[in-house]
Design a binder for this molecule. Structure first.
Ligand code: HEM
Ligand code: HEM
Length: 227
């Protein structure tokens, strides 16, 4: 009996669209790269990779509003009642058949995206101790404010690291305890279900429109809002 996706999973259907998967794995690579670049004092590379993260983040947020069903915040963010009810089922070894993020995972997605937003926003205003390295909007604030924002940039990175550790631990918990492989679908986009969930996917023109918007926002911010 196939265990992937759990239950008596028989139907293999599409779950995540291309944009969600590309954004996910690009974020993983670019966040790691941004970290490494900062550690090795490669601040120009750090900023460039940061602008790419801004583009991906804007894309993902807009995609959460008008993208495919499983990408929409409105379809996966649930209230405290549903989230608590799901939390109670967490120790069960039986995998869930939710076609998308489960109510608990949804909150971790929201938390990661919000902290990333703080990460890039603070980066834009941050300035280092000798005012040698700075984000493109740092001249809009005083040196002291830029320094305080740089501290926040550092703190938010610690929070982001903690969230990512928790995120990967949750994915491993599903893999080992619930015998449910969530990683495969995040790569291939497909998963087995007990019955076809009948998901709908956004058309390609929306991908292009969202990508153009995201690229424009990242570009303008990289220029310090000077066109
Ligand atoms: C910097 C590191 C990471 C960040 C910022 C991150 C962020 C995210 C976000 C925002 C989502 C939601 C996807 C969406 O709806 O667009 C997600 C989902 C997911 N991520 Fe990550 N992730 C990271 C690392 C990883 C790693 C290393 C793995 C593999 C072990 C992983 C596996 C997954 C899986 C399987 C899902 C789908 C979960 C589900 O089925 O609900 N992530 N991640
Ligand atoms: C994925 C997004 C980002 C991550 C993970 C990240 C992470 C970091 C880390 C770990 C540091 C070193 C902090 C320290 O130990 O002093 C740093 C410094 C810095 N980052 Fe980012 N950053 C990101 C995005 C950005 C963006 C978009 C900008 C602006 C374009 C930016 C500008 C800066 C600046 C100017 C510093 C130096 C601040 C200082 O020396 O105190 N970062 N970043």
């Amino acid at each position: 009996m196939a265990r992937e996706g759990g239950l008596d999973a028989q139907v293999r259907a599409r779950l995540w669209d291309g944009p969600v998967r590309i954004v996910h794995w690009s974020l993983v690579l670019l966040i790691a790269f941004s970290w490494g670049a900062a550690e090795f004092d490669q601040m120009q590379l750090h900023r460039i990779s940061g602008y790419l993260v801004i583009g991906l983040l804007v894309f993902r947020i807009v995609w959460g509003l008008w993208g495919s069903r499983t990408a929409r915040f409105g379809s996966f963010v649930k209230g405290p009642g549903r989230t608590l009810a799901y939390l109670k089922t967490l120790p069960n070894r039986s995998p869930t058949d939710v076609p998308g993020h489960n109510p608990l995972g949804a909150w971790s997605v929201v938390a990661i995206l919000l902290v990333l937003l703080v990460q890039v926003a603070t980066g834009l205003f941050a300035v280092d101790v000798d005012a040698f390295e700075a984000g493109p909007l740092s001249d809009r604030v005083s040196f002291e404010t830029g320094r305080a924002i740089a501290e926040l940039h550092e703190t938010s990175f610690a929070v982001l690291q903690a969230l990512v550790v928790l995120h990967v631990a949750a994915v491993l918990y599903y893999l080992i305890w619930k015998r449910s492989n969530l990683i495969g679908p995040m790569i291939t986009g497909r998963r087995r279900f007990a019955a076809d969930p009948g998901l709908t996917f956004a058309p390609w023109w929306r991908v292009v429109a969202t990508a153009v918007l995201a690229a424009a926002v990242a570009w303008i911010l990289s220029k310090g809002l000077r066109l």
